[in-house]
Every structure is written in C-alpha cells, then in structure tokens.
Design a protein around this ligand. Structure first.
Ligand code: SPD
Length: 332
C-alpha cells in the first residue's frame, strides 16, 4: 500500500486527503494539474487543481442529476450541449435519452478526455463513439460567445470557480448560454457545496434570476464532494417545466429507454428541489435580489496554490503519454 496521500487544497480552512494506493497518471496539462489515482475505498479518483472531480464509487450521483433533471423536465429534448465534462460522465447520461439527436461536448482540456478514455473508460462508456456525439476542444466561454447553434438544454459541468473554470460561473457566460437556448430551454450548472459556499450558490442564483423567469437550485449528495449537500442550479423561461408529476417523469424515462439508474428516480427528481430552511432563505434572498437588478455573480477569493505532491513521482512537465494516446474524437 502506497503511503502517498493526495490532498484537496481548494478549501481555505480545511483539507481532506485521500490515499493513493497507485498513482495512475499525473501531469500539468496546458490548463491545470491533473492526477488520477486508485483509492481502495473510492475506486479511481480524478483531481483537477487539487479538487476532487469524481470517483468511480459515486460519480453516478452528480452525473445522473446533472443530466436527467433537466432532460426529464423537457418534453422532447433533441439538442444538448455540455460545457466542460471532459470525463464523459454527463455525456453518458445524456445519451441514454433516445430522443436526444445531438449531444455536443465543449471541453477546453483535451487531456481530460484522453485520460478518461485511457484510465477510466467505464465513465464515458461509449459516449464519445456514439454517432450523436460531437466533441469540440475549445474554451467554453469563447464557444458560447460565438456559437450560432441552439440547444434545448445546456449543461455546464465545470470545476470550481477557480482556474480555467472561473469564467464558467460569470454573468457574461450565463448570458451567452441563455442566447443559445431554444425557446423554453433549460440551463443547468453545478453550484458547489451549499453549506460551505453559500455565496457561490447565491451569486449564480442572482444571475439566473436576473436573466430567466425561473431560477431553481436543487440538491444532491455526492459523498466525494466532502462537505455535505451539493448544489446544482437550473434556469429556464418556462416556469411550467418544474411542475411535472412523478407519473409524467416515469413515463418519459420509460419511453426514452432510460433505465438502470442508481440515483435519479421521479421522486428524487421532484424532492431535489425541496431545500432545507437555511438554504431556502439563501435562495429566496438571491432570487429577490436578482429580480431587483442585483446581478452580481460569484467572485471567488484568490485561489490557493495548487498542491505540491509530498511524496511520489515528480509532476511531468509535459504529457507525452496522453498526447501519444489516441486523440479524442473531434467531429466538426
Ligand atoms: N467540488 C467539485 C465539483 C466538481 C464538478 N465537476 C465534476 C466533473 C465531473 N464530471
């Protein structure tokens, strides 16, 4: 058993370390520090810039809730955009919906895709080979500013509002997302640990409430996001999309061939919008402020320096291995 412990360095006042029984890959990509390692309890773990992004033990929670809550809320989503999410987990869930005709993934860091395919191919599954999928390697902010494509659903599977992902939590970016939505479409973003970072949730909610008729944060619990309830946030101009009953949601799942899920159910879907009192207050105040014109997004405090490994192999300066690996399919 290796003695190397890899620390999450995102939180200013507390840190969580995971044992790396084996470091599978570690590299400073063009955009971020990326490490993939085995942990006897969590399975394979991906950390980017010192923040746990997924473990094979519990990734289904986040990926199912990011994909199925917006998609099941829509009557017949055909065109879906995923911004970020290079590990392929959200794409895997999106493509379970037989009504989806096209799923575009825009990822800034090709190495996240290449290393997913090499080290944990079970997470993307066949998503990148699905004829409905398209991968575009570019900056999500730039893509959203320039695209003339329109989508029924946009899912922002970013990392935290630090480093390359910070721009994916701004009003500028969400405004461009709104422009790229078809009428009555849905925008969903990850919104961090609700109890520890209520300002993050409040900032996004203010922006959503200033841009859309409905801002609706919802919650899930993914244990590897250490710190309690994890918030996702949904915005739409069609207020009715959130009043589907369990029967309708179950019927949609059956009709689209979505089965074998481990977290999402019609009841979990509906219940995920029920917020504890303290969180409801944060959200209500943010919605009121957003409606009144306070559209301040979240400004993260200066990021701590990325973790330096205490032991173990030095971080490679370049990632020759990933570049040699078969490149991710990038269709135009
Ligand atoms: N606190 C970590 C939040 C990470 C959100 N993105 C996860 C990427 C998994 N597809």
């Amino acid at each position: 058993m290796s003695d190397r412990w890899i620390e999450e360095t995102f939180h200013a006042d507390w840190r969580v370390s995971l044992r790396a029984s084996k470091v599978l890959h570690e590299v400073k990509t063009e955009h971020q520090h990326l490490v993939i390692f085995d942990n006897p309890t969590w399975g394979k773990v991906l950390m980017l810039d010192g923040v746990t992004q997924l473990t094979t033990k519990d990734e289904h929670v986040y990926h199912e809730m990011m994909a199925h809550v917006p998609l099941m809320a829509l009557d017949k989503p055909r065109n879906v955009l995923v911004v970020g999410g290079g590990d392929g987990g959200v794409m895997r869930e999106v493509l379970k919906h037989s009504c989806v005709e096209r799923a575009v993934l825009v990822e800034i860091d090709r190495e996240v895709i290449d290393t997913a395919l090499e080290y944990y191919p079970e997470i993307p599954g066949g998503a990148f080979d699905d004829p409905r999928s398209q991968v575009i390697i570019t900056d999500g902010l730039k893509y959203m500013a320039e695209t003339d494509q329109r989508f029924d659903c946009i899912i922002v599977d970013s990392s935290e509002p630090i480093g390359p992902s910070a721009v994916l939590h701004t009003k500028e970016f969400f405004t461009d997302c709104r422009r790229a939505l078809l009428k009555g479409g849905i925008l969903v973003t990850q919104n961090g640990l609700a109890q520890l970072f209520p300002d993050h949730l409040a900032g996004t909610t203010r922006v959503f409430a200033s841009l859309f008729k409905r801002a609706a944060p919802y919650i899930c619990h993914q244990p590897c996001y250490f710190g309690g309830l994890f918030a996702l946030n949904l915005a739409t101009d069609d207020k009715m999309l959130l009043s589907n009953d369990a029967k309708t949601l179950a019927k949609r799942a059956r009709k689209r061939g979505v089965d074998g899920l481990k977290y999402w159910t019609p009841s979990v879907h509906i219940g995920s919008f029920a917020l504890p009192a303290w969180l409801e207050s944060v959200v209500e105040a943010a919605i009121e402020a957003g409606r009144a014109g306070d559209d301040r997004g979240y400004a993260a405090p200066p990021a701590p320096k990325p973790a330096k490994p205490k032991t173990g192999p030095a971080v490679a300066k370049t990632s020759a291995k990933a570049r040699k690996a078969a490149p991710a399919k990038a269709k135009k």
